[in-house]
Design a protein around this ligand. Structure first.
Ligand code: HXC
Ligand code: NAP
Length: 293
């Protein structure tokens, strides 16, 4: 299996300057590292300066590439504008935006305060809009082309999901933005796509979505037909492809990477995976017998 290896050619992202929101931890950090090995220069941004500075230092040492840490709360447009301006000052131009920052936690919706709901919408939906708008305005005004936005979505963007309703609501909005702007901004040379990951273990997600014994009681892996979680490199390979010139004709799509998880949940009869062959022999006889009735 080659799924744990980097997929793109060395230099595939050379001379590409990339902003990753929420790039100090989890999947954002993994993507930043892989993109640096492919020659990209990175800006990672989030609220915690100490975290992004430590990550930038670590990734520069590991890859020999360039990574700048710029603090920014994506909820606030003025902070996003300031971050983007500093990024352009440092690198001359930005080519790629990855809207990866997110907030999420499990809770029955009726237990949420209005502010709890709002805080997730503000990070996920408004944060993605703020970054896309701030950069898009600059790209369009300067007539810069070959720009890419990649949005981190989820499979429940289109199915919805109980117990993470603010996140589902916000991610659905992000998907609508992806598809809408893919059409509207294509004429400016801006492509926009999304990734819908299934379970990819990260501390940020697991602490908030599988706390205590929930990880065992509600084992997410059992819901995945391939019976495993995703590997970060698998997602990094997909993301690198979608932001690279190799995917130049892919625009407005959302690519699912979940081992078949959401389809298993959706399929009416997908629950028969554990039925043994002996049991199927019996079942077959019963079903065939039904013909004569
Ligand atoms: C109910 C809660 C709560 C909880 C917080 N709140 N946690 N309400 N149950 N467990 C309420 C607070 O009381 C407050 O409302 C409001 O939410 C905002 O909380 P703050 O702590 O003030 O906000 P903030 O510091 O901005 O933190 C945001 C956060 C936090 C989302 C609550 O968890 C965070 O910083 N998350 C960032 C990382 C993250 O979430 N990563 C997971 C991504 S996984 P009141 O009314 O009291 O003011 C993902 C998809 C995974 O997105 C899919 C997997 C398959
Ligand atoms: P993570 O490590 O918790 O990453 C989330 C990041 O967002 C953190 O670095 C956090 O940093 C940043 N962030 C939160 N609020 C912010 C704000 N207001 N402004 C700027 N940055 C902010 O989680 P992850 O698992 O890697 O998730 C990454 C992305 O993948 C998310 O979009 C998530 O929805 C998506 N996803 C993940 C999974 C999975 O299984 N892991 C599945 C589906 C989708 P600060 O706290 O320092 O701000």
């Amino acid at each position: 299996m080659k799924n744990l290896e980097g997929m793109l050619q060395p230099g595939a992202l050379k001379d590409r300057n990339i902003i990753i929101t929420g790039g100090g931890t989890g999947l954002g950090k993994s993507m930043a590292k892989y993109f640096m090995t492919l020659g990209a220069k990175l800006i990672i941004t989030s609220r915690k300066l100490d975290v992004i500075e430590a990550t930038a230092k670590e990734l520069e040492a590991e890859t020999g590439g360039k990574c700048l840490a710029l603090p920014c709360d994506v909820k606030h447009y003025d902070q996003v504008e300031a971050m983007v301006n500093k990024a352009i000052e440092a690198y001359g131009t930005i080519d790629i935006l990855i809207n990866n920052a997110a907030g999420n936690f499990i809770s029955p919706t009726e237990r949420l305060s209005a502010n709890a709901f709002k805080s997730i919408i503000d990070i996920v939906l408004h944060g993605s809009i703020n970054c896309t708008l701030a950069l898009g305005k600059i790209w369009i005004a300067k007539k810069e082309t070959n720009k890419v936005v990649l949005n981190m979505s989820t499979t429940y963007s289109w199915t919805g999901s109980g117990y993470v309703v603010p996140s589902a609501t916000a991610k659905a909005g992000v998907l609508a933005m992806t598809r809408s702007l893919a059409v509207e901004w294509a004429k400016y040379g801006i492509r926009m796509n999304a990734i819908a990951p299934g379970p990819f273990p990260t501390k940020g997600a697991w602490d908030r979505l599988a706390p205590g014994d929930f990880g065992e009681r509600f084992d997410m892996i059992k819901r995945v037909p391939l019976r495993r979680a995703g590997e970060h490199q698998e997602l990094c390979n997909l993301a690198a492809y979608l932001i690279s010139d190799y995917s130049a004709y892919i625009n407005g799509d959302v690519v699912t990477i979940d081992g078949g998880e959401w389809l298993q949940g959706a399929g009416e009869f997908s629950m028969f995976g554990d039925v043994t062959n002996d049991e199927w022999d019996v079942v077959e006889q019963m079903v065939r017998g039904a013909k004569s009735v």
